[in-house]
Design a protein around this ligand. Structure first.
Ligand code: FES
Length: 176
C-alpha cells in the first residue's frame, strides 16, 4: 500500500502518512540534494538530466532522423465511434509502405523516416471526427475517413499541399 501522490512539497509540510491499523508506510519523506522533499510513502527516483548529445541520440534515435512532420490521429471515444481506428491503420499502412514513418526497423518503420505518426486523445473535434492534425503546419483536419488518408499523405505530407476539403483549421503563427 502506498501513501501520498508523489508530489513535491516543502520540508515543513512533510507529515507522516496516515497509518491505518496494521499498515506500515513503505518509505518516509525523502530529501533530495536540491532540498525538495518527496511525499511520504512514495518512492521516487529523480530522473537523470542527460546533456551529452550522443547519449541522447542513443536513448532517442529519432533525434537523428530528418523529421519533417508529425501526424496526430485522435482515437478518443467519439472519433473511435466514427472510424478512427481505421484511419490510424490506414496511416500506418501507407506511411510504412512508403518508408515515410520514422521508427524502428524491427517494427516495419524507417529509422530515417520523415514522419512521426502519433495517436492522441480528444482535441475538441468530437462531433466532427475523425480528427487528424499535421504539425508543424498546424493543419487540423476533421471528418477524416480511412479512404481520405492516401490523399492526405500524397498531397500534404509528400507535396506540402493542404487538403482543403478536409481542413477545418489552420493554426496561426505564434506571436514572436
Ligand atoms: S474524440 Fe476525437 S476530437 Fe474528441
Amino acid at each position: 500500500m502506498q501513501f501520498g501522490g508523489g508530489s513535491w512539497q516543502n520540508k515543513m509540510e512533510c507529515r507522516s502518512p496516515r497509518v491505518s491499523k496494521g499498515v506500515t508506510p513503505i518509505v518516509d519523506c525523502q530529501t533530495f540534494p536540491d532540498g525538495r522533499v518527496s511525499a511520504p510513502g512514495f518512492k521516487m527516483t529523480k530522473p537523470k538530466f542527460v546533456t551529452d548529445r550522443e547519449q541522447l541520440e542513443k536513448l532517442a534515435p529519432m533525434l537523428k532522423a530528418p523529421i519533417k512532420r508529425q501526424v496526430f490521429v485522435c482515437t478518443g471515444k467519439s472519433c473511435n465511434a466514427v472510424g478512427a481506428q481505421d484511419v490510424k491503420a490506414e496511416f500506418t499502412r501507407i506511411l510504412e509502405e512508403k518508408g515515410l514513418r520514422q521508427g524502428k526497423e524491427s517494427k516495419g518503420r524507417n529509422p530515417m523516416g520523415e514522419v512521426i505518426l502519433t495517436e492522441c486523445s480528444s482535441i475538441g473535434f468530437c462531433s466532427v471526427g475523425t480528427a487528424v492534425m499535421v504539425y508543424p503546419d498546424g493543419t487540423l483536419y476533421g471528418q477524416v475517413m480511412a479512404e481520405d488518408v492516401a490523399e492526405i499523405v500524397e498531397e500534404h505530407l509528400e507535396k506540402g499541399k493542404v487538403v482543403g476539403r478536409l481542413a477545418l483549421m489552420e493554426l496561426s503563427e505564434p506571436a514572436a
